[in-house]
Design a protein around this ligand. Sequence first.
Ligand code: GUN
Length: 287
Amino acid sequence: MPAHIINGKEIVADIREQLKVEIDRLADKGIRPGLAVVLVGDDAASAVYVRSKAKACEQVGIHSEVYRLPAETSQEELLGLIAKLNADSNINGILVQLPLPKHINEDAVIDAISIDKDVDGFHPISVGNLVIGKPSFLPCTPAGVIEIIRRTGVSMVGKRAVVIGRSNIVGKPMSLLLLREHATVTVCHSRTPDMAALCREADILVVAIGKAKFVNRSFVKPGAVVIDVGINRLEDGKLAGDVDFDDVVDVAGHITPVPGVVGPMTITMLLRNTVEAAKQAHGVREA
Ligand code: GUN
């Protein structure tokens, strides 16, 4: 039987609708959540992501400011902007789009973002809190994946989950969030031998390796939940995920198409984190 194809539009619309209600209630208290997005240089994909983030803010009623800085911006200039945004009470969340140009030290920039405004969840303190299970802003892509899995109705408790990829943005936090949901988690990466055999044990398979159509049906246990975080541009200009969708769709139980699910969910989690940051800044428990 072909897999249930996860409907990103439906999930995203549902969560954004809930967020709008919350934002309206905050407006009644005179509070408007604000997000600053900083883009350095002219990476085409990053420019598209930044535009999508600003548009999503506008749709739900979050104030957004986009700072587009030239590629030759110095680290000091960027740190100066972050210091200004840290001190700006209209801004509750700060996101510096990665990757940054090579002459800028990404760690120094992430470290400079106020922990209260770290809506990307990349600050070392946020990461540490995630590791030890304390409240923190969760990185948006893995948080979105958890929400997607929840909405399949498949319980994560006691399930075998395999994550392909060990990046700081996706693979590592993904494994921690699955562990928090009581899954038994394995992380595979470029040095893992016989990856397909390991993946075939997975009830939940999350793929974030950045290689088009890397995962075929030989990696997939019948009925598994398969979440594709990848987005790759093929030579013919089309987009493809890290999973060979057509090959896997009649083996998996639930599968995400690319594009349309994980990308919009990532942005939705950014909106959610920004609303949460605004509530915390104003001491609001429930909006
Ligand atoms: N580049 C790719 N994904 C992300 C993300 O989630 N946040 C930021 N800041 N940069 C990214």
